[in-house]
Design a protein around this ligand. Structure first.
Ligand code: ATP
Length: 271
């Protein structure tokens, strides 16, 4: 699979190159301050994990990078250039692909059609040229096979795939179309252990191919399996920001579980 990804990741990204940099980024929705003071660097060939409970600000952070909402404070740089995206298209054009938890797939459409949705191969250069269905089937089939994603039939509706398989197809698709930054929105949240393992494997493969990955999760165990850098958000603020070498799984887990708060609660509950 790494071969496939590497073939298409024709960007020759040097590992460690900063692709996305946030500095003091914040976002208010009217009077509600959903996010503040966020510093986050996404480097090529690394996975930055953003952990947090419900309402921590994870979705808001994704929306800022993926162009759904502009930030109201701080700076966002992509490839060293200051940016403020005003549409998802702009973010996509900058090489940032977002794979949402509730994937925007059309359940009844065939797997190959979903793979190419919005970027169809046509028989000719002009925009209304007929679709090259044969080529799309072949490419989608070959790509998924090379990645080890086993679908019985490339013509089967994507809705018949498991949640994990759908996530993997979405990752394969983003990489095939040349994403350099991959944002994964709680990709394992709705999955069982085995399916989560498969998604984590493809996350690692995207990283190994040189992409910068933002892995959003509330599961420290999943984060620790693939992460190079971890930030934990709580009520829109960073409560932890550490490199892998500076943090243990235990610390991440305790911090996510509420750390001090949990200790106090345990004290209160003691009879
Ligand atoms: N469009 C909006 N208008 C007003 N407030 C919002 C809006 N979107 C989010 N918020 C608020 O911002 C805060 C952070 O929300 P956000 O959805 O980013 O958190 P999250 O970490 O993604 O949570 P979850 O895991 O539940 O999705 C919350 O207090 C939420 O109520």
């Amino acid at each position: 699979m790494t071969d496939t990804i590497a073939e298409h990741a024709a960007h020759d990204l040097k590992a460690g190159t900063p692709l996305v940099e946030m500095e003091g980024v914040g976002k208010s929705y009217g009077a509600i301050r959903a996010l503040e003071g966020i510093n986050l660097t996404v480097n090529a060939g690394e996975v930055a994990c953003v952990l947090g409970d419900n309402g921590a600000g994870k979705s808001t952070l994704i929306k800022i990078i993926s162009g759904l909402h502009g930030h109201t404070e701080g700076t966002l740089r992509v490839d060293g250039q200051e940016r403020k995206f005003s549409s998802p298209r702009e973010s996509l054009d900058a090489g940032i692909a977002t794979v949402y938890q509730d994937l925007a797939v059309v359940g009844l459409m065939e797997v190959w059609r979903n793979f190419f949705l919005g970027s169809e191969i046509r028989k000719g250069k002009y925009p209304m040229a007929p679709l090259d269905i044969k080529a799309m089937r072949e490419v989608a089939d070959a790509e998924l096979q090379k990645m080890g994603i086993v679908v019985k039939d490339i013509n089967q509706p994507i809705g018949t795939l498991s949640g994990g398989q759908r996530q993997c197809v979405a990752i394969a698709r983003a990489v095939y179309f040349g994403a350099r930054v991959l944002i994964l929105d709680e990709p394992t949240a709705a999955l069982g252990v085995k399916q989560s393992g498969v998604v984590l494997k493809y996350t690692a493969a995207a990283r190994d191919a040189g992409l910068g990955v933002v892995f959003i999760t509330h599961n420290p165990h999943h984060a620790y399996l693939v992460g190079d850098h971890f930030i934990i958000l709580k009520l829109g603020r960073r409560v932890l920001d550490k490199k892998r070498s500076e943090v243990s799984l235990e610390e991440l887990t305790t911090e996510m579980a509420g750390g001090q708060e949990l200790a106090e609660l345990s004290h209160e509950l003691k009879r």
